[in-house]
Design a protein around this ligand. Structure first.
Ligand code: FPP
Ligand code: MG
Ligand code: MG
Length: 352
């Protein structure tokens, strides 16, 4: 039944809304701290290379569970007549999307400091441009903004969900940094780290919009599960592309993961078949010639294919979650569910 929807642009149902969210973020950051204007421009400006995947997924999930079509006119108004709950609800769900994007960008700013990265999204990274200190503070500022926004929702369950995301992001990063030998070779450890670093934000923001619209707990969990599966698939594909795509397409150096000592899904699968890879993984590819030897061994294995199969499995699970949701309540909900499904396809087929 889903195969007939392949021409859907999954960004379309919420595109103008997500653009408005980015504009709001850009404006609010640069007007409160002018020194961060450059950072705000980098990350929230219209047309900049970021895919805005997180706010898009968040608003699509909100729409998939909604009773009508959101109107941007409504969403700009602060005071609503008491009877009209939907626009106010939509405004609160947009806040989740804003918070998700703030947390995401903050984590990238800090990540680029940790990784000593010189580029991000095809341009100079903020740390390379203004130095580590200001880049760290810029990330902190975005997190502070996210906290204020979160508190303003006056919903402690949502505060808990998104605060857990922060905990996951930090623990994922620490897991990656401090893994023991046994863990370095473990697919389970990789998947847990991947949930923490990538999927938790998507899962919990999807759940948060479901919670805000008073969905029953099992539907909130479906939203969470959709986000988790898409997030894991997204990261596995990212890991494959790091091995297979060139730097000019990605806007960041290719083979970045291996170069920085990381063994991702395709490498771990390859190591099951080619045990010679194990010592290379354990010494984080640091010895002369390790890089090319690793690439050779991975290419001679079916590690990349198995990683693709893993990503596909998670996308299938995500589609299953959408299919299992209760009857859609509006045409907009139907369209948004098609978009959520198409999004899983794009995650699998993306080339950058
Ligand atoms: C990108 O990973 C990094 C993350 C998804 C999370 C980073 C988390 C932290 C730095 C902890 C601090 C958290 C907050 C909320 C400030 P990557 O380096 O594997 O990928 P890349 O190629 O995009 O750099
Ligand atoms: Mg990085
Ligand atoms: Mg990193």
């Amino acid at each position: 039944v889903w195969s007939s929807f392949s021409n859907v642009d999954p960004f379309a149902p919420v595109l103008s809304e997500v653009q408005a969210i980015s504009e709001r973020l850009r404006h609010s950051v640069s007007s409160s701290i002018p020194a961060l204007t450059q950072a705000a421009e980098y990350f929230f400006r219209k047309g900049v290379k970021g895919k805005r995947l997180r706010p898009t997924l968040t608003m699509l999930m909100a729409s998939a569970l909604s009773h009508g079509t959101p109107s941007l006119e409504y969403s700009k108004m602060d005071v609503r007549p008491a009877a009209e709950h939907a626009p106010e609800l939509r405004r609160r769900q947009q806040r989740i999307a804003e918070i998700a994007e703030l947390i995401h960008v903050a984590s990238l700013l800090h990540d680029d400091v940790i990784d000593d990265a010189s580029t991000r999204r095809g341009i100079l990274s903020l740390n390379a441009s203004v130095g580590n200190k200001v880049a760290i503070l810029a990330g902190d500022f975005l997190l502070a903004r996210a906290s204020v926004s979160l508190a303003a929702l006056r919903n402690t369950q949502i505060v808990e969900l998104l605060s857990q995301v922060l905990e996951h992001l930090v623990s994922g990063e620490i897991m990656q940094m401090t893994a023991s030998d046994e863990k370095l070779l473990s697919m389970e450890h990789y998947l847990q780290k991947t949930y923490c670093k990538t999927a938790s934000l998507m899962a919990n923001s999807a759940k948060a919009v479901a919670v805000l619209s008073d969905q029953p707990p099992e539907v909130c969990d479906m939203a969470w599960s959709y986000g988790r599966h898409v997030g894991i698939a997204f990261q596995v594909v990212d890991d494959i592309l790091d091995l297979t795509a060139s730097s000019s397409i990605l806007g960041k150096p290719a083979l970045n993961d291996i170069k920085s000592g990381l063994a991702t899904a395709p490498v771990l699968f390859a190591a099951e078949q080619k045990p010679e890879l194990r010592p290379l993984i354990l010494r984080k590819f640091k010895q002369e010639g390790d890089l090319s030897k690793a690439v050779q061994l991975i290419e001679a294995s079916d590690g990349i294919q198995r990683a693709k199969d893993l990503a596909r499995h998670h996308c299938d699970m995500a589609v299953g979650m959408v299919a299992a949701m209760p009857e859609p309540q509006s045409d907009h909900a139907v369209l948004s569910r098609q978009a959520l499904v198409e999004m899983t396809r794009r995650v699998l087929s993306r080339k950058k």
